[in-house]
Design a protein. Sequence first.
Length: 291
Amino acid sequence: MIVVTGAAGQLGRLTVEALLERGVPASRVVAAVRSPEKAAGLARRGVQVREADYDRPATLAAAFEDARRVLLVSGSEVGRRVPQHRAVIDAAGQAGAELLAYTSVLHADTTTVPVAPEHRETEEYLRDSGPPHCLLRNGWYTENYEQAARQGLKTGVIAGAAGDGRIASASRADYAAAAAAVLADEGTDGHGAHTNAVYELSGDTAWTMADFAAVLTDLTGTEVVYRDLSTDGYTKALAGAGLPGETARFLAGTDAAIAAGDLGDTPGELSRLIGRPTTPLRDTLAALLGS
């Protein structure tokens, strides 16, 4: 069985879809979800739906029954993810999983992106205590910028503190396809080809926020410009717009990491895993905006 956690979420659901597209029988795929009713559509397609709540480890043992391979989609609750991830890793190990793939962050061991510490701690626990594993160090999703695009179209301005830093984003579907490729690959010996692999996954082409504004302008015909602020200035602007202080600092800190070059690497590992070029920025923006 191939178990995909967080399968009612965006990345998890796309990974299940990608597995089915690769020809994995639905009966061999488990959609592990916090609320099974949210995965009813997958159940109707023959996918096994099992309850799996990161905060209730007792649900994970049943969810991982007969699990051969597990995808741990990182949790979304910043500050709570390490114990949640440990519970999943422990359950997968107890189930005898042959491979656990974990969605980490690009260059987790060196990046200054604010989300990195929890990913680093999870990776360390996985190496020290978990089953055989594969690290899928995902870069940024282009979809992360949907709100910025829509706000820019309303006001004509996208503000940030990323400077000339480049972002090698890819679509969420690209990253899901990579996860499915790892989970479905039997390798030449039938035991999989990705044990202990570390993949630095990012888009083929990196862009700046000024590039983003230019693509948005060209795509829609509405002039949008990028206004660069200092990290402190951006933090204050976000707080002034009503965001909690912690969230404002988090977002501004992410832009500071982008300015430092932490999300601009283009090693090509994502396109090699999925066997095609990654989805261009323009194409994903067009899909998001219905252009």
